[in-house]
Ligand binder design. Structure first.
Ligand code: KIV
Length: 533
């Protein structure tokens, strides 16, 4: 069945790998993008915007690999962004060649403020370019999405004209971006109504919404658009993206599921219809969220809706009392609906490899033998220090030990720190270089982490600036694993690293090495970046 004949449900267009990756510091390499794309396919998204192919050789390669390996016949549509420029469209088409169902998403600004200050073009020029470039994209692929950038601040009559031309030229999806996250839900509703009433050929396309979160309204705006007839939503995992981010996929999907009777009538269904409103396998949400957080280094705030650590935690006595008596008194959805592990304490230091493997399988991790061995060794080390290992601990271990870049670059062999109130913090570090040399050096610092980082810098010798350092505990308790996230800057780019350990200084050392390895790999493959949106 084609996607257009399924428009009695919401088409989930995931842009984690394009708009999401535009979050400062969220740079992903090709393997990482591929790993996320595979997980997005498991999650059941309809469209993956895999990148902006013309932006750099790395982006091109990522779109190409995802098109070939994830864009298979029964897989998702694979899309590349392209400005309404011939070179962008040609490059997108080239990168998408391997996809069974390729889509080119072309865009041009339409608001007067963008036309005057950024594009320096007249309205009539933009009208002509939109029409011509949609027709050009159509020459390469059947499925063409068109976005009038800054649509929500565009003069409505002009917006209607641009859309009519784009549809006449062959666009199959019209996406309406609230590029600067300016609108309220009511205004988004009116904008969509206006388009539906004034664009003569609008019924020939799927109408889509793209909402940014500058005022914290992205999800509310996307839902308001759905109520007004939009049938595709553009969103990202954990809501990451440019500035304050995008509408969060998990929020939209769970709102549609939990409030189904509210939304059903907007789809012409009976209030109590059971038919899902989108194709997402919600049990994959938690796993996808963790993967994206780990690979992008973007931590999830504890109170984040759906996937935050506190989203299903009940602290107040009154609430706990209610939950014990009847769950629904204070809980509108079950943690298991998003695949969140419920059985939090299962393994300890006496647990064997088999129990470990079985529990990981229950948590949705299918590891290769080599990864399983690495993770099990680490589990034993941690279990020696920590009596009870929760599912959260297991996940932190698996994430650490299966990091895609762990086997390349610098390996940390040994960390030793002396610190206290009467001594100068001193760290001794041993590393193995990518060429296999074992090196040791020591440094003092203002604190133990500073000493560790200074010593690593002396060994690795890659100039960088530490721009962010944060520690989060994986579970409660004095023996909890701590997850350290660091970001380092090099010229204009930011690289992140994450690691967990019961000793946060050790976690800090590993996190720093992971970030340095990303930078190291980037430097190795660096070639000229061409454009960024
Ligand atoms: O925010 C925006 O306008 C975009 C478009 C390219 C859809 O990201």
């Amino acid at each position: 069945m084609s996607i257009r004949s399924q428009a009695d449900r919401v088409i989930i267009f995931d842009t984690t790998l394009r708009d999401g990756e535009q979050s400062p510091g969220a740079t992903l390499n090709v393997e990482e993008k591929l790993a996320i794309a595979h997980q997005l396919a498991l999650l059941g998204v309809d469209v993956i915007e895999a990148g902006f192919a013309v932006a750099s050789p790395g982006d091109f390669q990522a779109v190409k690999s995802i098109a070939e390996q994830v864009g298979i016949a029964d897989g998702p549509i694979i899309c590349s962004l392209a400005r309404a420029v011939r070179q962008d469209i040609q490059t997108a088409a080239e990168a998408l060649k391997g996809a069974a169902r390729p889509r080119i998403h072309t865009m041009i600004s339409t608001s007067d403020i963008h036309l005057k200050y950024q594009l320096k073009k007249s309205r009539s020029e933009v009208l002509a370019i939109a029409q011509e470039m949609v027709a050009y994209a159509k020459y390469f692929v059947d499925d063409v999405e068109f976005s009038p950038m800054d649509a929500s601040r565009t003069e409505p009559e002009f917006l209607y004209q641009v859309l009519e031309r784009a549809i006449a030229a062959g666009a199959t999806t019209i996406n309406i971006p609230d590029t600067v996250g300016y609108c309220t839900p009511k205004e988004i509703g009116n904008l969509i109504q206006g388009i539906r009433e004034n664009v003569a050929n609008i019924d020939q396309v799927i109408l889509s919404i793209h909402t940014q979160n500058d005022l914290g309204l992205a999800t509310a705006n996307a839902l308001a658009a759905i109520e007004n007839g939009v049938r595709q939503v553009e969103c990202t995992i954990n809501g990451i993206g440019e500035r304050a981010g995008n509408a969060a996929l998990e929020e939209i999907v769970m709102a549609l599921q939990v409030r189904k009777p509210f939304f059903n009538p907007y789809f012409g269904r009976a209030v109590d219809s059971d038919v899902p409103l989108c194709n997402i396998k919600t049990q994959e949400i938690y796993k996808t969220s963790c993967l994206v957080s780990q690979l992008t280094g973007m931590l999830i705030q504890p109170n984040k809706a759906i996937v935050g650590a506190n989203a299903f935690a009940h602290e107040s006595g009154i609430h706990q009392d209610g939950i014990i008596k009847h769950r629904q008194t204070y809980e509108i959805m079950e943690a298991s609906a998003i695949g969140l592990p419920e059985n939090r304490i299962v393994l300890g230091k006496h647990s064997g490899r088999n129990a470990f493997r079985t529990r990981l399988k229950e948590l949705g991790f299918e590891l290769s033998e080599a990864d399983l061995n690495k993770a099990f060794n680490r589990f034993k080390e941690v279990a020696d220090k920590k009596k009870e290992m929760s599912d959260w601990d297991l996940e932190a271990i698996v994430r650490d030990e299966t990091q895609l870049y762990i086997d390349s670059g610098f390996q940390l062999e040994h960390v030793q720190v002396i610190c206290g109130d009467c001594t100068c913090p001193t760290a001794t570090i041993t590393i193995v270089t990518p060429e296999g040399k074992i090196l040791t050096d020591a440094s003092v610092g203002t604190g133990p982490v500073d000493a560790v980082y200074q010593a690593i810098n002396r060994l690795v010798q890659i100039p960088n600036q530490l721009t962010e350092f944060s520690v989060q505990s994986v579970t409660a308790g004095i023996d909890a694993l701590g997850t350290v996230t660091v970001r380092i800057g090099h010229e204009e780019r930011i690289f992140s690293g994450q690691a967990s350990d019961t000793d946060i200084v050790v976690a800090a050392a590993y996190a720093y090495i992971n970030a340095l390895n990303r930078l190291y790999r980037y430097l190795q493959t660096q070639s000229q970046t061409m454009v960024s949106v």
